[in-house]
Design a protein around this ligand. Structure first.
Ligand SMILES: CC(C)(COP(=O)(O)OP(=O)(O)OC[C@H]1O[C@@H](n2cnc3c(N)ncnc32)[C@H](O)[C@@H]1OP(=O)(O)O)[C@@H](O)C(=O)NCCC(=O)NCCS
Length: 282
């Protein structure tokens, strides 16, 4: 089956999500209570292969995307509307993504919810790490929002630190995210992090630092400047940072299993990787 070929499955047609269809994607992620914004969907439609399933009467009922990075790809936005689950739609759309990956010889990574992991295991993915999502409700500070913005030098530093920690460059994606109106870069010594708007909460990540002590010091600066609701997808084995976040009012919400399909020729999570950029980006 060609990756761009439209097929039908029980009356549902499978093909590509079109460039102008960010709103249809957003409706699906909103229905699942996810944090993606219209900007996230537009980024995927501009930079990724996004596949969609459409009900016989037209609406998009499922999606899956393959976001290519320098030497690997991230699979994400695997979402099936609650009324359409357990009919093979996630599996069928994943196969479209894997066809593209195989044609380009890309190793695939993803951050799986527990439900998603059961689908991916059957497609040859294996565990490669764990993350945990922590959330802090709005802190209720009276402090006005700090002006947002990311200088070009800071963005270059983020891209370089991220590539060193992650194992492959995510320059285009991080530069786009840092350029959004609500984005803010924080630096303290060699530690660096991005905070950006989400649909429900601001996303704190990636966080990159030589060690947890320096990441913790940076996080304290960030918390002083961020009064609203925050989520962070922390590498699960960062015990010092995890305990610190909990002491500062964060609550553990759900695990993500980082999974890999293909040759393990990239590092995935280096020592400096403290928190991800969001499950759809890694
Ligand atoms: C996870 C999700 C994408 C699965 O979509 P789906 O179209 O229902 O999945 P499929 O029909 O292709 O499932 C294939 C197989 O995976 C397994 N599976 C799928 N969902 C499962 C679940 N909730 N619990 C246990 N096993 C599950 C089953 O073995 C299933 O085969 P079966 O139905 O014949 O038993 C969907 O439940 C969803 O959108 N959930 C909310 C968002 C989410 O968590 N997305 C994953 C992000 S990583």
């Amino acid at each position: 089956m060609g990756a761009t070929e439209a097929i039908t499955l029980d009356g549902v047609s499978l093909g590509r999500l079109q460039p102008g269809e960010a709103a249809a994607g957003l409706a699906l992620s909103d229905a699942a209570g996810w944090n993606q914004t219209a900007d996230d969907w537009r980024l995927f439609l501009a930079m990724a292969d996004v596949f969609a399933a459409r009900a016989p009467d037209g609406p998009v009922v499922a999606t899956a995307a393959l976001l290519p990075y320098a030497s690997a790809a991230w699979i994400s936005l695997v979402l099936v509307h609650a009324d359409w689950r357990r009919r093979g739609l996630a599996t069928a759309l994943m196969r479209h993504c894997l066809d593209v990956a195989d044609q380009r010889s890309l190793t695939c990574w993803l951050d799986a919810t527990p439900a998603g992991a059961t689908v991916y295991e059957q497609l040859g993915f294996r565990p490669a790490g764990e993350l945990v999502r922590l959330r802090r409700k709005a802190a209720g500070l009276s402090k006005p929002d700090t002006p947002r913005g990311c200088g070009a030098g800071d963005v270059a530093a983020l891209v370089a630190a991220d590539a060193a920690a992650f194992g492959f460059s995510r320059a285009a994606v991080l530069t786009e995210m840092a350029g959004r109106a609500g984005s803010q870069l924080y630096r303290k010594g060699e530690a660096i992090a991005l905070v950006r708007d989400g649909r429900k909460a601001r996303q704190l990540g990636p966080i990159l630092a030589p060690d947890e002590a320096r990441a913790t010091a940076l996080v304290d600066d960030i918390l002083a400047g961020e009064a609203g609701e925050l989520v962070i997808d922390l590498a699960a084995d960062r015990g010092v940072l995890r305990a610190h976040l909990i002491a500062r009012g964060f609550v553990e919400e759900r695990p993500f299993l980082r999974m890999l399909r293909g040759a393990h020729h990239v590092a995935g999570i280096g020592e400096e990787f403290m928190a991800g950029a969001g499950p759809e980006y890694g």
